[in-house]
Write a protein that binds this ligand. Structure first.
Ligand SMILES: Nc1ncnc2c1ncn2[C@@H]1O[C@H](COP(=O)(O)OP(=O)(O)O)[C@@H](O)[C@H]1O
Ligand SMILES: [Mg+2]
Length: 290
């Protein structure tokens, strides 16, 4: 049995077992969460900055937004926001703290579930830990409209898991050739081994819209030719020197300078993401929620 099937079965078996969260009421079901993973083959392509600013923009559109920092090895969402959380995912998984005690408030009404830096056992979550996380998610009294998961780069077990629980997967690339080959490898593993079929490509740090288009076409041609898989074009974010300087100030660029070029691009992406979609959700996706 592959890992995805195993996890799906475990998630199903959890319902109705002692200690499992009570079934959500019909009213709670009305509030469906769109889980979006933001991931990449190569590190340093801009995932964390994209997640943080996108969350702020979605919150500005009156969408309840929760960031899950899933870069369990080297967490840094709180760092770029200048926050110092007391507890993190590690405490939740050990059963020491509830999600409500762990989630902190960020700018513009965003909520953040921080991760822990450098704790070895967090870099590969066990099946028990994954179930504990799912259980904890089901205790949330108000579900967010959007859950943005900032994953680590690469094709580790954790990356696979967090991409599997997400309905939408955003693959971040830059025009650098190594970022493209690594992203292709990630898509290939998620598609062939985990039956994930929906991928949205976001091209970051481009100089012109034409460059973004060329990068998207190169990737789309490769997945189409070698995997017979069509990927979606989510858009692009221009290279913006304001971004590194906002990071140095530990402030969000979307808050500091909402009209800066990269934030204008991200605003378009936020709009696109919040448009309702009628596509089926059962393409190898399990959810955090029962
Ligand atoms: N569009 C952009 N323009 C300029 N610099 C960027 C852009 N996106 C990201 N960066 C910079 O790239 C670096 C890596 O970004 P980060 O979000 O930490 O990447 P990742 O989470 O993928 O490792 C940071 O210094 C960030 O400020
Ligand atoms: Mg990061």
């Amino acid at each position: 049995m592959d890992q995805a099937t195993q996890l799906r079965q475990l998630a199903g078996a959890q319902e109705g077992t002692p200690g499992a969260a009570p079934k959500a009421s019909p009213a709670a079901h009305k509030n469906r969460t769109c889980i979006v993973s933001v991931t990449s083959g190569k590190g340093g392509v801009g995932k964390t900055n994209i997640v943080a600013n996108l969350a702020f923009l979605l919150a500005g559109m009156k969408k309840r937004t929760l960031i899950v920092d899933a870069d369990c090895g080297l967490a840094n969402i709180d760092l770029i926001l200048g926050l110092t959380p007391k507890y993190n995912l590690y405490h939740v998984l050990k059963g020491e703290k509830t999600l409500a005690q762990t989630i902190i408030n960020g700018p513009g009404g965003i909520k953040i579930l921080p991760s822990s830096s450098g704790i070895q056992e967090m870099s590969t979550l066990s099946t028990i830990q994954k179930l504990a996380l799912q259980d904890a998610m089901n205790t949330l009294s108000t579900r967010p409209d959007f859950m943005l998961i900032d994953t680590c780069a690469g094709i580790s077990e954790n990356v696979m898991y967090f991409n599997m629980v997400a309905r939408e997967t955003i693959i971040v690339v830059t025009p650098e050739p190594t970022s493209l080959t690594d992203a292709y490898a990630l898509i290939k593993v998620l598609y062939q081994r985990h039956a994930k079929k929906r991928f949205k490509l976001l091209v970051n740090m481009v100089k012109t819209p034409l460059e973004a288009k060329e990068v998207f076409l190169r990737m789309a041609q490769a997945t189409d030719h070698f995997l017979q898989l069509a990927i979606e074009n989510l858009g692009y974010v221009v290279y913006d020197e304001n971004l590194p300087s906002a990071v140095k100030q530990q402030k969000l660029l979307a808050e500091l300078y909402p009209q800066s070029p990269s934030i204008k691009c991200l605003r378009e992406i936020a709009k696109r993401l919040s448009q309702p979609t009628s596509e089926k959700t059962d393409d190898g996706v399990m959810s955090f929620f029962n």
